[in-house]
Each structure stands twice: as C-alpha cells, then as structure tokens.
Write a protein that binds this ligand. Structure first.
Ligand SMILES: [Fe+2]
Ligand SMILES: [Fe+2]
Length: 276
C-alpha cells in the first residue's frame, strides 16, 4: 500500500504568482506530470492542507481538473490558506467528512490492515493549529474502533515545536491532543504547514511533516526564522505499508531547482477568514 502525501500546493486561481514569486500552477503541472510518470502509482493521495493560496474558488476547480484524470483516490484536509466551505463544495468527493463533527472536516478511510484518520486543525481566521473538543470527542471514538490496526493520522498543523522561529505558534488544546496520542500506540502522525520535511518523536509517536510541493520555508532556526521561503526542490512523502512495516520516504519532484531566496511571504490572504 502506497500513500502519497502531497502538501501545501498554495495554488492561486487568478494566474498571479504566489507571494509574488512562485508560479504554483507550474509547480502543480510538474507534480501531475511526475505522478503520471511514476512506475509504481500510489494507491491513495492525501492533500494535507494549504491546497489553495488564498482560498480561491478557482484554485479548487483547477485542482479537480488536474488530479481527477489520474484515477487515484484522493483525500483532502484544510490548511490555514484554505476555505473549508469551498473545499466541501468543490472537492466533495475528496472530503468525505463525518457530519457528526461538522463543520470540521474529519473522516476515516478504512483499509484491510491500515487506517487513515484525517483531522481538521484549522479555525477560520486563524493561522495556527486548533484541536477543538468536538474533534477530540470524534477522534476518541474513531480510535477506539480498531485500536490494534496501524493508523496514519493526517492534519495540517503539527502540535510540537519545530525550531522554525515564528512558525512555532501555540497549538490550542495541545494537552488534550497529547494525551490522546500518548494513549494510542498505533498512531503515526503526518502533518503539512511547515514546508519542510521534519521528523521527530512526540508523545512516544513518530511524527513527520511534509515538504511543500511548491516552495520550502528557509531553514533559519533563529527566533526570527520561519518567515521566508526558498526555491529548494519541491517534494512529497510516500508512506509505504508492507509486511507490517511502515516506511515514510521523503521524495522530490523533478523540476528546475534554482535555490533562489529567501523571499518574504507577501501578497497572500493568510489566514483565510470565513468569508474573505
Ligand atoms: Fe502552507
Ligand atoms: Fe499552513
């Protein structure tokens, strides 16, 4: 089983450059071309948030247009640059949200011997991560259903500090989430938002953040870091589950890499509010 996690495509729907620098449509075209060329296609693709750059409706339509012909099941969750109402309208099939936990986009994808649990860590108008009590109740119930089965948990915001300066913001109800993660050894946690691959252990569980399929956050570990990006190679994670072993590969998308930057995150609606 191959689960490809693609994150932070930051697609604009207005043909402008993201942050005045990045042609995210071109990045997406390179990603789709790469997916088509893969000899071993993923069984599932997870889009782990910040699909659009400013929640632009047209960005979601473009994503559907480009990804649907791949004929690979796709699941999505929102990031702070997304509009979850628009995702649920345009990307309905990619967001099979459990109505019990609405308006949060949370659901479980059941496989024979693997589970994918998708969580919504966003709150309209907020840049940082949240773990609402309603989501906690829902997650507790989901994890009780098959506690012996290896489970990949996907959400946009990591709850741990990363050392990337201003990107380390408070995560609401972190302790609530920490207790649940500590109680569930079947979990591996997979995040987006950081625009860099980071591997750590938190509450005894292996955690990994995905690189961006567009631009990477500059590796500046000073307190002022985390506020600029560089044009390093775009990438993704491939979670490979076989013989009861779960390997996570950090992969790159073939493109002309310039390593230009650092650039500021300019000219983007961030965070996206409920009706921007
Ligand atoms: Fe992002
Ligand atoms: Fe984000």
């Amino acid at each position: 089983m191959r689960i490809l996690q693609l994150s932070d495509t930051h697609l604009r729907g207005d043909n402008k450059l993201s942050f005045r620098v990045v042609d995210t449509r071109r990045c997406l075209d390179a990603t789709v071309a790469h997916l088509k060329s893969m000899a071993q296609k993923p069984d599932v693709i997870i889009l782990s948030g910040d699909l659009a750059d400013s929640g632009d409706l047209n960005a979601y339509h473009i994503l559907t247009e480009l990804f649907s012909p791949l004929n690979i099941p796709i699941y999505a969750l929102p990031g702070n640059h997304d509009r979850r109402d628009r995702m649920q309208n345009v990307l309905k099939d990619w967001c099979p949200s459990d109505p019990d936990v609405a308006p949060h986009i949370c659901y479980t994808v059941e496989m024979d011997d693997l589970r994918l649990v998708v969580l919504d860590s966003t709150h309209p108008g907020s840049h940082s991560g949240h773990f609402f009590p309603a989501v906690e109740t829902w997650l507790t119930g989901e994890l009780r259903k098959r506690p012996q089965v290896q489970t990949l948990l996907f959400m946009h915001h990591p709850p741990f500090t990363t050392g990337l300066g201003v990107m380390d913001e408070p995560f609401e109800n972190q302790q609530l989430f920490a207790a649940l993660v500590a109680d569930n050894p079947q979990l591996r946690l997979c995040f987006g938002h950081m625009h860099r691959p980071i591997i750590t252990q938190w509450q005894g569980r292996l955690c990994v953040t995905a690189p961006s399929a567009a631009m990477q956050i500059d590796l500046d570990l000073s307190p002022e870091g985390g506020d600029t990006f560089v044009m390093e190679a775009p990438g993704y994670l491939l979670h490979h589950w076989e013989n009861q072993t779960l390997n996570t590969h950090v992969c790159q998308i073939p493109t002309n890499v310039t390593f230009d930057g650092p650039y500021p995150f300019a000219d983007s609606v961030n965070p996206v509010g409920p009706s921007d």
